[in-house]
Design a protein around this ligand. Structure first.
Ligand code: DAT
Ligand code: MG
Length: 152
């Protein structure tokens, strides 16, 4: 069923990597029940990041955002499951960590909007665009999780 195969693009930003929060973030998506179908660590180029954040190109913080995002390695991931785009955003919390509730990733692990440790796609359409920007199709896997029938 297609709705169970919805996918989202999640990236642990350079501060999340440097601060040692990779495992905690992956754990939250894993234990929720979502399925990891792609993952790689890379130092993203300014070109890639300018494309990724193209909608924000006229905002005053755009240059510093691209600089921050290219300042160290990121962990790029694709997670799959029913409602994963919307639920993923709920798990992340608000853009500004100060507005993010405890229990969310940004609510629990960061303070400032300019260092908010994680990216998540905000719609099914933007997820498709971001996944194809960051991953080649052969870098994504298709498999059935043994937990499937215990989740759905
Ligand atoms: P989100 O990452 O929650 O989807 P967004 O797409 O509006 O938020 O912005 C992308 C990133 O840009 C965000 O994670 C952090 C940064 N950002 C947004 N608003 C900002 C601001 N007012 N000052 C500094 N950085 C900001
Ligand atoms: Mg966004």
């Amino acid at each position: 069923m297609a709705e169970l195969q919805e996918r989202t693009f999640i990236a642990i930003k350079p501060d999340g990597v440097q601060r040692g929060i990779i495992g905690e973030i992956i754990k939250r998506f894993e234990t929720k029940g979502f399925k990891l179908v792609g993952m790689k660590m890379l130092q993203a180029s300014e070109d890639l990041l300018m494309q990724h954040y193209i909608d924000l190109k006229d905002r005053p913080f755009f240059p510093s955002l691209v600089n921050y995002m290219s300042s160290g390695p990121v962990v790029a991931m694709v997670w799959e499951g029913k409602g994963v785009v919307k639920t993923g955003r709920v798990m992340l919390g608000e853009t500004n960590p100060a507005d993010s509730k405890p229990g969310t990733i940004r609510g629990d692990f960061c303070i400032d909007v300019s260092k908010n440790i994680i990216h998540g796609s905000d719609s099914v359409d933007s997820a498709k665009t971001e996944i194809s920007l960051w991953f080649k199709s052969e870098e994504l896997v298709n498999y059935t999780s043994c937990a499937f029938s215990w989740l759905y």
